[in-house]
Design a protein around this ligand. Structure first.
Ligand code: NAD
Length: 361
């Protein structure tokens, strides 16, 4: 079976970490009987340098014709790079917004998983981190407060700013369906997070999620207010499986959840549309400060590739094998510099990719 994958190596450490993810995917393909076929496109700073824009229409069409997109990261040093002297719509990040919009990627998935081997990096108290956690935050990405009408006016000499938070039931239903489907591949629990004690949009959110839940009797649904969820994430993160929430709440909660893992180089992410198509990328940026030094941690990108196998190709076993190989490498004591602790063996980006690929069974 061939897997048609568009790759966006991008800027900074992007090309280094994508190369390692491809290596690991190729090895998983040998073991599990599939062949990834990659087509690279330019996006971000590299595209600005080559084509004058952060993403060309041809590149979008190439991405659209694939089954999934695997991305490194884009952007440069925002204080020094000439890319940031350009108008906002021509800067590297505009490419990312454009591709998300063009491919209708409305569901953002960010796992927060605590590896036992990296528990020292977790800022929570030991009795909490000892229980471990494995959370999937599903955030609505194209609606809500960030996309509603906004304006700033002056009334009687007083400035006033207005943002509007709008969701229709279809936008809520499609992300809720994604949330329940993903929970079915995990521990079968959805915590839907809202502010239904105050906001109408949250009351509609809760009602529609309840309706969708009827089609998933095997998945447990609970509702939680966003302020309580923010507290529970640091008090008892082990209680969560899938957290399903709207755009702004998800923006804040996903950052909180990822920070309690303590290791930015380990965090993968996915953005999905209503087919099996998805864009998979690490949660971190292009780390221009370490680009070209060969020391970047490729694990977040490798875990993003595992998510791609699971959610775009339903290759759950191969995805699990990559995740197990990452766990084994950590258990064997190998660390890139960002997750290094005393007594471990320090390795570079390429070596980390090799070690993970070797352990895929
Ligand atoms: P960053 O995540 O790139 O780096 C923050 C710190 O973490 C740096 O010290 C970096 O060296 C380190 N780091 C990040 N990833 C690492 C890895 N895999 N291995 C080892 N160390 C790692 O954030 P930043 O410095 O704020 O942003 C740099 C650029 O990345 C900016 O242009 C920003 O806009 C862009 N960015 C892009 C994306 C994306 O492509 N989706 C996301 C976030 C930031």
């Amino acid at each position: 079976m061939e897997l048609k994958i568009t790759c966006i190596p991008g800027d900074g450490i992007g090309p280094e970490i994508v190369a390692e993810a491809k290596k690991v995917l190729d090895k998983a393909g040998e073991v599990y009987g599939f062949t990834p076929v990659y087509t690279d496109i330019l996006m971000g700073g590299t595209s600005i340098d080559a084509c004058g824009v952060p993403l060309t229409d041809e590149a979008i069409e190439t991405a659209r014709s694939a089954q999934a997109v695997l991305m490194g990261s884009i952007g440069g040093d925002t204080t020094k790079s000439p890319w940031y002297k350009l108008p906002p719509n021509l800067r590297p990040e505009a490419g990312l917004l454009k591709i998300r919009k063009a491919l209708n990627l409305f569901a953002n998935l960010r796992p927060a998983y605590l590896y036992k081997e990296l528990a020292d990096a977790c800022p929570l108290r030991k009795e909490i981190s000892d229980k471990g956690f494995d959370i999937m935050i599903m955030r609505e990405l194209t609606g809500g407060l960030y996309f509603g009408e906004r304006k700033t006016v002056e009334e009687n000499g007083v400035r006033k700013a207005i943002d509007t938070l709008v969701y229709n039931e279809n936008e809520i239903r499609r992300i809720a369906i994604k949330g329940f489907e993903i929970a079915r591949k995990r521990k079968k629990k959805v915590t839907s997070v809202d502010k239904a004690n105050v906001l109408d949009s949250s009351r509609l959110w809760r009602a529609v999620v309840e309706e969708v839940a009827k089609d998933y009797p095997d998945v447990t649904l609970e509702h939680m207010l966003v302020d309580n969820c923010a507290m529970q994430l640091v008090k008892d993160p082990a209680q969560f499986d899938v957290i399903l929430t709207e755009n702004m709440f998800g923006d804040i909660l996903s950052d909180e959840a990822s920070m309690v893992t303590g290791s930015i180089g380990m965090l993968s992410s996915a953005s999905l549309n209503d087919t099996k198509f998805g864009l998979y990328e690490p949660s971190h940026g292009s780390a221009p400060d370490i680009a070209g030094l060969g020391i970047a941690n490729p694990i977040a990108t490798i875990l993003s590739a595992a998510m791609m196998l699971r959610y775009s190709f339903d290759l759950d076993q191969a995805a699990g094998a990559i995740e197990a190989a990452v766990q084994q490498v950590l258990k064997d004591g190998y660390r890139t510099v960002d997750i290094y602790s005393e007594g471990c063996q320090k390795v570079g980006c390429v070596q980390m990719g090799d070690l993970i690929a070797e352990r895929i069974q």
